[in-house]
Each structure stands twice: as C-alpha cells, then as structure tokens.
Design a protein around this ligand. Structure first.
Ligand code: SF4
Length: 217
C-alpha cells in the first residue's frame, strides 16, 4: 500500500502540475452549460474523442433543451449511435431536456440536488458541471482520479465518494478549481493504469507510489 503523502507533498504535486499546465482544459467540446451537461451524460463508458464526434453531429442542430426536444429521441439516437449505450443515453437526453424546461425555465441549475435529480445525471456528472460550467470547487472522481489519488498516496479510499471527500480535505483551496482537469489529464497521459510513465512525470518527486517505473534511458 502507498504511504500517505504529506501536506507539503500534496502542495508540491499540484505546484508541479500547475507549472507544466497553468490553465488545464478538458477534452470534451461544449459551448454552454447545457451542451456541457449533455456531453458529460454522453461520456459514460465512451471516450471524449468518440463523444466529440457524436456531438459534432448533434449540437449544430440541438444546442438547447427546446431544440433537443424538437429533434426527438430518434433524432438524438441517430446522431449519437456511434457511442456506447446510445439508446439509454438518447432517452436520458430527451428526458433531462424536458425536465429542464418544466422545472428550471430551460436553464441548467447551479445546484447539486437539482442536477442529480435529472435523468442520467449522477454525482460525478453534477460535479463536472458545477466545476467547469459554474466554477464551483467540486472534484469529479472518474477512473483516472480514483487510481491516481490511491496510487500516489494523495487521498486513499475504496469508493469514488471516499476519494472525493479525501481530496476535498487535502487539496489546498488555491488548486481546487483545476484539480479535476489536472488529475484527469495526468492520469490519461502520464500516470496510466497499466504502466505509469514515471520517468517523465513532473510530480514524481512528491509521489509515494512504491513501484514507480524506472527511467527508459
Ligand atoms: S511518479 Fe509515476 S505513479 Fe507517481 S504520479 Fe507520477 S506517473 Fe503516477
């Protein structure tokens, strides 16, 4: 098991990530809270690249809840049929659009409970929307964050919720806004699941993973 990182090491870890990428950005395409919400709902068990291909067909014709309803479930399904679980996702996108119109005047609510009450929206999706669309200091724990937090000793936990709560306690407030993107990008491209590329990791000095991969040189 990985030794717990000290507070100073957590600070150092994020300082290193910030230095290498001061303004990290996600890889999903979106242009409004509504299109972000839909893109995140579509991203379950799909790659960002795959979702972007689908939303390049969907968003030009339906970038508001009203237009989504007008397009209808079959129309949505046609646009997104290249991604996994497209049937259920088309149903959810239509249902959440209807609920946004009925209960929120067609706007995406800036409230966790309201977001989680939307069809197809769980805690992770609500966290992404609150953080990225509204600038709230929330942390959405996906597979990359879960692995990275446990592996490095930054925040251990057996469930995504446990890791989220541990991260919220440990990450200094001034890094909170970008934690989600920094850790997703770091997990996706450097601290990979099977073989982390520790030799080129900017935060290597602060990580306690006992099995760091050696330099390739
Ligand atoms: S040193 Fe290796 S295990 Fe630690 S964060 Fe970097 S890539 Fe991940």
């Amino acid at each position: 098991m990985t030794r717990r990182m000290t507070n100073a090491a957590v600070e150092g870890f994020f300082a290193a990530l910030e230095l290498s990428n001061p303004e990290p950005e996600g890889e999903l395409d979106w242009s409004s809270p509504f299109t972000l919400l839909v893109a995140v709902v579509l991203s379950a068990q799909a790659t960002d690249v795959g979702v972007n291909k689908a939303t390049r067909r969907l968003f030009p014709i339906a970038d508001t809840p009203q237009k989504m309803l007008a397009l209808g479930e079959e129309g949505v399904r046609d646009c997104i049929k290249t991604i996994g679980l497209f049937n259920a996702k088309a149903k959810n996108v239509i249902a959440l659009s209807a609920k946004l119109i009925e209960e929120h005047g067609g706007e995406v609510p800036r409230d966790r409970a309201d977001l989680e009450a939307l069809p197809g929206v769980g805690r992770k999706t609500a966290n992404v929307v609150l953080n990225i669309a509204f600038g709230e200091p929330t942390i959405a724990v996906d597979t990359h964050l879960f692995r990275l937090a446990n592996r490095t000793g930054m925040a251990s936990g057996k469930t995504p919720l446990a890791v989220e709560q541990a991260l919220l306690k440990r990450v200094p407030a001034h890094y909170m806004q970008h934690v989600h993107h920094w850790l997703i990008l770091h997990g996706r491209y450097i601290c990979k699941a099977r073989k982390p590329e520790c030799w080129r990791c900017v935060a290597r000095a602060f990580c306690n993973y006992p099995d760091k991969t050696p330099s390739v040189s």
